[in-house]
Design a binder for this molecule. Structure first.
Ligand SMILES: Nc1ncnc2c1ncn2[C@@H]1O[C@H](COP(=O)(O)OP(=O)(O)OP(=O)(O)O)[C@@H](O)[C@H]1O
Ligand SMILES: Nc1nc2c(ncn2[C@@H]2O[C@H](CO)[C@@H](O)[C@H]2O)c(=O)[nH]1
Length: 434
């Protein structure tokens, strides 16, 4: 486990010196390991430049992800081939991207559950998917399936905005019995997306997702939900509110999805509203950076040393130096919030906004898994005197998430090609303080 950013704090990582307050001599537990497990619709992104007339002709809604049937996908594909407008093909899927990025950042294992073609030929979509996935993502639990892989036509319109047309192929065929209980039980978090529950008719992946959630709840594994695209939430916001209240520990969304879920246009107000149903919220807000909201116990909350910020809530970042906890783990829960502007104001030239939010979530997952790993190695450390969800403070997690988003904006693919530069490992000393 590579630590999410070196720092000057007394709690540092990897553990090379004992915490003086921890009692017994710590032994490194070789068998222990922290990993994230996720379920996804295995998809290959097929990227093409199109004009707005193309999107209108194929009945696609700009900036959103829509399902298309086999005939519509064939028509779309044919037109793209005729125009020779396909520019890239790489592995996609919102959870697959996040697990890949987590594994690159943490230099550690994650596990992907989903389907994969049973028989793979060189150059096929399945082959490309595997080639574009970090070797740290464990694919041994994928379920073999016949038929075409899911395709995500990623259409870049005149404004540079991306529109997704999803041809499902066999992406929804994951069976509940292919979700191993022990894999979920041992995970630091279970990652799912709202896309898994968007099917035109019954599909096995819906039950597989519900089974995985039941296992996660049984073993107190945090369930992390990323909302996917606005329309899915806008279709039935109350249903999603109930779903989140029942099942979700950590919620990730962008401001559009947040608005669809809560009715609040302001991202901080939306994150605050979502805390009624879940324990930790990450809400990205494009050029406005990102917000996080969570809970801390009164006894362990920490005041910020940054200037206080007013927004939808006054002095909302007052306790942003606190580490996030589940509400039920707090004797006296208090709400904590943080905000960060884009790292260095954003890149001079944005290569791609696709996956910037998924990148931020990968950083949050890294921080959560580092906390589990530290607890496995040093259970008596004062760092675990309360049951925290994150290794770092909310403010620090925001910085890290934001830095990773910047990295994604700076490259073409939503999947990181390498980890963050080593010399920047100390986030305190990086540019945002200048
Ligand atoms: N135009 C921009 N300028 C500067 N930073 C940006 C810009 N757009 C996005 N970012 C950075 O990327 C992060 C995530 O952006 P955004 O809210 O667009 O994600 P998203 O819509 O969830 O992305 P995706 O769903 O494709 O993963 C922001 O918090 C911010 O740090
Ligand atoms: N799992 C899943 N991912 C999607 C869907 N639509 C778009 N994406 C992915 O979202 C990513 C960008 O956030 C792209 O790489 C797409 O592959 C969908 O319906 N399901």
């Amino acid at each position: 486990m590579k630590f999410p950013g070196k720092r000057k704090s007394k709690h540092y990582f990897p553990v090379s010196q004992r915490d003086p307050l921890a009692l017994p001599e710590p032994e490194i537990n070789e068998a222990a390991g922290a990993y994230i497990v996720g379920i996804d619709q295995t998809l290959v992104d097929i990227e093409a430049r199109v004009d707005d007339a193309f999107l209108a002709r194929h009945g696609l809604s700009v900036g959103h992800s829509m399902l298309v049937d086999a005939d519509a996908a064939d028509r779309l594909n044919l037109e793209l081939m005729e125009q020779a407008s396909i520019t890239h093909q790489f592995a996609g899927g919102t959870v697959g991207n996040t697990l890949h990025n987590y594994s690159v950042l943490a230099d550690d294992r994650s596990m992907l559950l989903g389907v994969m073609s049973s028989s793979i030929s060189i150059g096929s979509h399945a082959y490309r998917y595997l080639c574009n996935t970090s070797s740290r993502v464990d694919l041994n639990y994928l379920q073999g399936a016949d038929g075409a892989m899911g395709r995500c036509f990623t259409l870049i319109g005149d404004s540079g905005e991306r529109t997704f047309a999803i041809s499902p192929g066999n992406m929804n065929q994951l069976k509940p019995e292919c979700v191993p209980e022990d894999v979920v039980a041992g995970a630091s978090a279970l990652l799912i997306t709202a896309y898994l529950l968007r099917c035109t008719a019954y599909e096995p992946i819906m039950d597989a997702t519900l089974v995985a959630i039941a296992y996660a709840k049984k073993y107190q594994v945090p369930v992390v939900l990323t909302l996917g695209t606005q329309a899915i939430i806008a279709d039935r916001p109350e249903w999603w509110q109930d779903f989140i209240r029942e099942n979700v520990t950590i919620l990730a969304m962008n401001e559009e999805e947040a608005c669809a879920l809560t009715g609040c246009t302001e991202p901080l107000a939306a994150a605050d509203a979502a805390l009624a149903w879940t324990d930790l919220v990450i809400c990205t807000a494009g050029p406005d950076g990102l917000y996080m909201a969570g809970y801390a116990d009164t006894g362990v909350k920490r005041e910020t040393r940054h200037p206080l910020l007013d927004g939808a809530l006054p002095a909302f970042n007052r306790h942003e130096f606190s580490r996030a906890m589940r509400r039920e783990a707090c004797e006296q829960p208090e709400r904590i919030y943080s905000h960060i502007k884009p790292y260095m104001g954003g890149p001079g030239k944005i290569m791609n906004t696709n996956g910037a939010g998924d990148g931020a979530l990968a950083a949050v997952l890294h921080d959560i898994a580092a906390n589990v790993y530290h607890r496995q190695q040093l259970p008596d450390s004062t760092k675990h005197r309360a049951s925290f969800l994150t290794y770092s403070s909310l403010a620090q997690v925001c910085k890290y998430a934001n830095r990773v988003s910047y990295q994604v904006l700076n490259q073409h693919s939503p999947r990181l090609t390498r980890g963050l530069p080593e010399r920047e490992d100390s986030l305190e000393e990086a540019y945002w303080e200048r």
